[in-house]
Design a protein. Structure first.
Length: 171
């Protein structure tokens, strides 16, 4: 949990903080120079600190969290840190525009089931899942529990790193 912060429902936003990455820099495989894949795993791409909410978190608290953390959505987790849904900022805005948003909580607006990926999935599997599912945020799990998230900014960093390490094409 994040120390010092309390949501309006009296709970604190949950933050996962798994062990430090073993390979913090994404490195290229020999195939990458010829247009192949990138060596690495989901855990090398993801953001490790994730703000998550419970199914009963009110949308006003979720909105405050999204604004304060400058994030586009939050996973919804049960008391065992298993992902049960995902609430995007679009979900929150749509709910706030309806009648009586103060009576709405995460479980009423979350998307579910949620596409997730194992922390040891390859970078190619991550990119393939993002493309196939047409999603922007991809929760990363270890043994079914939330350990990180891959956001649009993480994907941008992944591609920039790949571009920096790919030798130029011969003329």
């Amino acid at each position: 949990m994040t120390a010092g912060r309390t949501l309006t429902d009296g709970t604190r936003p949950t933050r996962t903080d798994p062990a430090t990455r073993t390979d913090p820099d994404l490195t290229l495989s020999p195939r990458c120079a010829s247009g192949g894949g990138v060596k690495g795993h989901a855990r090398n791409i993801m953001t490790e600190r994730v703000t998550a909410v419970s199914p009963t978190t009110p949308i006003i608290a979720i909105a405050a969290t999204l604004v304060a953390e400058k994030i586009g959505g939050v996973p919804v987790v049960d008391r065992h840190d298993a992902i049960v849904g995902y609430v995007s900022e679009v979900d929150v805005v749509q709910a706030l525009l309806r009648d009586h948003p103060e009576h709405t909580d995460a479980r009423e607006i979350m998307s579910h089931p949620v596409a997730t990926i194992d922390e040891f999935a390859t970078a190619e599997e991550v990119i393939d899942l993002l493309r196939r599912q047409q999603i922007h945020h991809l929760p990363v799990v270890r043994a079914g529990k939330l350990v990180g998230i891959i956001s649009p900014a993480d994907v941008l960093r992944f591609y920039l790193d790949r571009a920096r390490h790919t030798p130029p094409e011969p003329a």
